[in-house]
Structure formats: C-alpha cells, structure tokens
Design a protein around this ligand. Structure first.
Ligand code: HEC
Ligand code: HEC
Ligand code: HEC
Ligand code: HEC
Length: 308
C-alpha cells in the first residue's frame, strides 16, 4: 500500500518537474523573442509621433499597420547574415539622431552612404554575431572564448583595413601610425607580411582572419578574445607566450592600440570588385621590410652598441 502511494508521489513529482521545465523554456523562448519586438514597437511608436497623418495618410497608415519582423541582410561575398537592424531600426533614419540606442541614427551617416547597409551589413565593420536577435547573442560584450566579439571602439579602424589598403585616402590615422611603428621597431626581422620579412615568428599576412581558437589564453586573466590577446601580448609577450623570443617594447597604450589595429587589419581576402575600393593609379602599398640582422633582434636595446 505504502509503495503505491510512494509511486504516485514520485510520478507527481516527475510531472511537476517536467511542467516547470516546459514553463521555463517557454518563458525563455518568449523573452528571447520579445527583445527585438519591443524595440520595433518602440520604433513604430516614435516614428508615428514624428509623422503627420494629414500630410501623407497612406504612408502613415502603412507604418501604423507595420507588424514586427526580423530584418536581415544576407551577404554571399563573406557568407554573413546580419540581423542587427532588427533592433537598430533607426540606423539609417535621420529622424532618430536624438533617440536612445538601439534606435539611434548611425553616428556616421556618410560612412553608411559609402557602405550601404543592404550591401555591407554591419558585422564587416563591427564584428559580433550577425545571426543573433538578442543583445547578448549579438555579442555586444566580450563573452569568454567567443569567436565573434564585437570590435571595441578603439580598434574599429582595423576593419577599414580589411578592404582599404590606401590608409591615407580614408584618413585611417591609427593604421598609418601602426604601419610606421611596425617598420620602426623592425618587426619584419622576424615576421613576414606578403612575403616580406623574416621567418622566426608567424607570418602575419592573414592575421585578421586567424581563428581565435589558435591562441592560448592560459596566461591571461579576465575576458578572452583575440583582440584582448593581441593587446596583452604586445604589453608583455613573454607573459602571454612564455619562451617567446619577442621582447617587450617600450610602447604606451595608444601606440599599442595603433599597432594592434594594424596587425588586426592584415588579411588576404580576395573580395569581388564591388567590395574593393578603387585606388589612385600611382598608389603603391608602402613596404614594411626594414630588416635587421637576426642577431640584433635578440639583443636587448640597452646593451647593444650603436650599429651606425
Ligand atoms: C536585441 C536587440 C539588438 C540586436 C539584435 C543588436 N543590438 Fe546593438 N545594441 C542594442 C542595445 C539595446 C544597445 C544599447 C546598449 C547600451 O546602452 O549599452 C546596443 C548598442 C550597440 C552599439 C553601441 C556600443 C555599445 O555596445 O554600447 C553598437 C556598436 C551595436 N549595438 C552594434 C550592433 C551590431 C553590429 C549588431 C549585430 C551583430 C547589433 N548591435 C545587434 C540592441 C541590439
Ligand atoms: C563601414 C563600416 C561600418 C558599417 C558598415 C557600420 N558601422 Fe556602425 N560604426 C562604424 C564606426 C567607425 C563607428 C564609430 C565608432 C566610434 O565610436 O569610434 C560606428 C559606430 C556605431 C554605433 C555607436 C553609436 C553610438 O552612439 O555610440 C552603433 C550603434 C553602430 N555603429 C551600429 C551599426 C549598425 C547597427 C550597423 C549596420 C546596420 C553599422 N553600425 C554599420 C562603422 C560602421
Ligand atoms: C568590405 C570592404 C570595406 C570595408 C570593411 C570598409 N570599406 Fe570603405 N569603401 C569600400 C568600397 C568598395 C568603397 C567604394 C568607393 C570606392 O570605390 O573607392 C568604399 C568607400 C569609402 C569611402 C569613400 C571614399 C571615396 O573615395 O569615395 C570612405 C571615406 C571609406 N570607404 C571609409 C571607410 C572606413 C573609415 C571604414 C572603416 C570604418 C571602411 N571604409 C570600411 C569598401 C570597404
Ligand atoms: C625576435 C623575433 C621577433 C620580433 C622582433 C617580433 N616578433 Fe612577434 N612573434 C615572434 C614569435 C616567435 C612569435 C610567436 C610566439 C608568441 O606568441 O610570442 C610572435 C608572435 C607575434 C604575434 C602573434 C602571431 C600569431 O599568429 O600568433 C604578433 C601579432 C606579433 N608577433 C607581432 C609583432 C610585432 C608587431 C612586432 C614588432 C613590434 C614583433 N612581433 C616583433 C617573434 C618576434
């Protein structure tokens, strides 16, 4: 008799457990979907407030009848689907310059004119996870070991260098300065870029597209991302990669930012012509092959005799 009661109780518990899990699942699913829908509802409300029905009733009614839908841009060229605009609804809309994020107009409308959203999406410049429709999923903040972090503000120019090789033409000052530092500090003694330089360290020609899983984060505290690795490695190569022959250079944070932007821009993508910026007829990419004899690269600068 007691056994039967126990069995019934167990069964009840199991049923309750399942019900709870199901309920939780539904809530999570709902909330995941809610996020972008709420922003779209807010966008619609704000837009209707800014519009005048008398002036253009058919347009007004169309907006008023707008149903929430996932907005996306598919770009075959670099195999991306970007849904960022599902929340960033006002990104191209000049009426939203004073709205709060994510509805606010892009801070550089000119930039979006040169790189139209429907042709470029967002992640080619910003990184992040294009397919996601949640704030966390899109990777606004660095998630441990996540391969697609959003590019921090300070390193945005690295993305311009994906396509633009004439840094002067677009005023990419960080890339210009990073390239100069690379030359001044004789990095080419150990590293190759496009076939120029030494072979003691890894070839950096395609560093931008090197998979983050190839980096060891064993000796790094805090958040893990490739960008953080690069910055910390420049601050102290031996700490991040014990036994590395690369020494710690005397660089301030700004210089580290320049150099990091530069190395993170290096890639060998062959984009179609429509995505390749035109360059002036006389443009020649500056050389970075100021090579020092190997022996001098290893000696520290203090005990080194002037070679002039
Ligand atoms: C679920 C809605 C949502 C999606 C999807 C989304 N965002 Fe955002 N985004 C936000 C919100 C909300 C903020 C403002 C958060 C804040 O104030 O910190 C924001 C802020 C930003 C900022 C400003 C910097 C910052 O972190 O504060 C950038 C840049 C950005 N988003 C880019 C993107 C890109 C690129 C994508 C696509 C990969 C994307 N967002 C997808 C909601 C979204
Ligand atoms: C051609 C490159 C490029 C593209 C494409 C691009 N952005 Fe940006 N975006 C930038 C740059 C550069 C900044 C400025 C970063 C800074 O603050 O220094 C920026 C800034 C932002 C900000 C910060 C606004 C603020 O007020 O802090 C948001 C949000 C944003 N972009 C969203 C987007 C979204 C969403 C898309 C796609 C619809 C997109 N961007 C497409 C280059 C781009
Ligand atoms: C996916 C490749 C790509 C990326 C990434 C990219 N651009 Fe461009 N950009 C282009 C192409 C293609 C053009 C078209 C104009 C041309 O043919 O020169 C262009 C045009 C421009 C122009 C207008 C130049 C002119 O001569 O009319 C500026 C300025 C510019 N980009 C700046 C930037 C900046 C700043 C960034 C980074 C925030 C950036 N671009 C990122 C491909 C790119
Ligand atoms: C004495 C040789 C030497 C010099 C000089 C040198 N490096 Fe390195 N570098 C290495 C070696 C070896 C590694 C691989 C071990 C490690 O992670 O430190 C490396 C790693 C790197 C990495 C990570 C590459 C990857 O694919 O993991 C970058 C980026 C880098 N170096 C950039 C630079 C820059 C920029 C300079 C100039 C400021 C420089 N290096 C100077 C030898 C050198």
């Amino acid at each position: 008799m007691e056994k039967a009661v126990l069995r019934k109780l167990t069964l009840l518990c199991v049923i309750c457990g399942f019900a709870a899990i199901a309920l939780l699942g539904v809530t999570a699913f709902r909330d995941g979907k809610r996020e972008w829908k709420d922003y779209q509802a807010e966008y619609k409300e704000l837009l209707l407030k800014k519009m005048n029905r008398e002036r253009n009733p058919s347009f007004y009614d169309r907006i008023a009848g707008m149903e929430p839908e996932v907005k996306q841009v598919v770009i075959d060229e670099w195999k991306t689907t970007d849904r960022c605009m599902s929340c960033h609804m006002g990104i191209e809309d000049p009426l939203f310059t004073d709205a709060a994020l994510p509805l606010r107009t892009h801070p550089y409308p000119e930039l979006l004119k040169n790189h139209p959203v429907e042709k470029y999406g967002c992640t080619i410049c910003h990184g992040g996870q294009g397919l996601a429709t949640t704030y966390d999923g899109a990777s606004h903040r660095t998630i441990a070991n996540w391969p697609f972090p959003m590019v921090p503000k300070e390193l945005m120019q690295s993305r311009c260098g994906y396509c633009h090789k004439d840094f002067e033409a677009i005023g990419a000052n960080k890339l210009i300065k990073g390239r100069e530092l690379y030359k001044e500090m004789h990095c080419a003694g150990c590293h190759q870029i496009d076939g120029q330089g030494g072979a003691i360290g890894p070839d950096l020609s395609n560093f931008a597209d090197k998979d983050p899983s190839n980096f060891s984060f064993e000796n790094l505290e805090g958040k893990h991302s490739k960008q953080i690795w690069v910055i910390e490695h420049f601050k102290d190569p031996q700490k991040v990669s014990p036994g590395s022959p690369m020494r710690t250079y005397a660089m301030n944070n700004q210089q580290i930012e320049w150099l990091s932007s530069y190395v993170l821009s290096l890639n060998q993508r062959n984009l179609q012509r429509q995505y390749t910026p035109k360059v002036k007829a006389d443009f020649v990419a500056p050389k970075v092959d100021v090579t020092l004899p190997e022996a001098e690269l290893y000696s520290s600068s203090e005990d080194e005799e002037s070679s002039e």
